[in-house]
Design a protein around this ligand. Structure first.
Ligand SMILES: C[S@@+](CC[C@H](N)C(=O)[O-])C[C@H]1O[C@@H](n2cnc3c(N)ncnc32)[C@H](O)[C@@H]1O
Length: 280
């Protein structure tokens, strides 16, 4: 991969996804795109760069190859403790029985399924209009997410109360299948956080975890400002463990570990709920 190839790839990735690829990621880019070169029978990256710039349909493969999709069920368990102990009791007191939650970089689906498992028993579908929107840029991960089939190893940390109710072991005993009661709660859609969002909101909670780290400050600021508009005034924003809104937005109040609520008019803070962490 020549210097010019890498420059071309990093600027195309930035324009299309917001993902910043510093020089130290050159090796990662090389190994992820090499697979695609082999599939296409191309002899070098210069050929690939010209192919991707002249073939609009190749963009999606290019993007899918460059996204990092690491995720897990109940990743950053303190967010789910907080949902269970603070947010759910508050939502149960809502007079309007409507809930909207958005997992905005859902990867292979473990995050929205974890949200759905946490919410299901508290909000019976006969009484509540509850929908979880789960979006990602990468079409490959979304396909896996909507199928809801995972290796058995991926659920070893799942509490038995969830396993029994929401997960079915497949015939080979090596995989699990999410049950339809939980799948029905989630709507998977492709969405690029950089582009226009087709939905209106408002959302009661937005999860945007472990994706902001790939963006520069300008992109983070734009996305967070849009989240502010999409969130209900009493909503919650959950971001990843190594992410922060410091220097990104002054429209949110930090109320827990990487958990934010919008500030009201004149920067007014909502009351900070009491919470003591205890993991699943
Ligand atoms: C590391 S995963 C995080 C998954 C999950 N939120 C979690 O914390 O476990 C990051 C995800 O962000 C997605 N992503 C990257 N750029 C994006 C963009 N511009 N719009 C939407 N999703 C994007 C990737 O495809 C990837 O699946």
């Amino acid at each position: 991969m020549t210097k010019a190839d890498f420059e071309f790839i990093r600027s195309l990735a930035y324009e299309n996804t917001g993902i910043v690829l510093p020089e130290r990621k050159k090796h990662m880019v090389y190994s992820r795109l090499s697979r695609r070169l082999r599939q296409l029978n191309l002899k070098d990256f210069t050929q690939y760069c010209s192919f991707v710039s002249n073939t609009p349909d190749e963009r999606i493969h290019f993007i899918n190859a460059l996204t990092t999709n690491l995720t897990a069920f109940f990743r950053e368990g303190h967010h789910f403790d907080y949902l269970e102990q603070v947010v759910i009791p508050e939502w149960q007191r809502k007079s309007k029985k409507r809930l909207r939650v958005w997992s905005s970089a859902c990867s292979t689906g473990e995050e929205p399924y974890s949200i759905a498992m946490t919410l299901e028993k508290h909000f019976p579908i006969s009484q509540w209009d509850l929908k979880i929107l789960a979006t990602d840029l990468d079409t490959n991960v979304l396909e896996k997410a909507s199928i809801g089939n995972y290796s058995r190893d991926s659920v070893t940390n799942l509490p038995a109360r969830y396993l029994d109710k929401y997960v079915r072991h497949t015939a080979d005993n090596q995989h699990i299948q999410m049950r339809s009661n939980i799948q029905k709660m989630i709507h998977f859609k492709q969405l690029n956080l950089l582009e226009k969002w087709p939905m209106n909101g408002p959302f009661d909670a937005i999860f945007c975890r472990n994706v902001l780290i790939y963006f520069d400050n300008e992109t983070k600021q734009k996305i967070i400002a849009k989240f502010r508009k999409m969130l209900s005034p009493q909503g919650y924003l959950f971001i990843g463990h190594s992410e922060t809104l410091v220097n990104i937005s002054e429209e949110f109040d930090l109320i827990g570990q990487t958990i934010y609520r919008p500030l009201g008019h004149g920067g007014k803070k909502l009351a900070k709920p009491k919470f003591s962490a205890h993991h699943l």
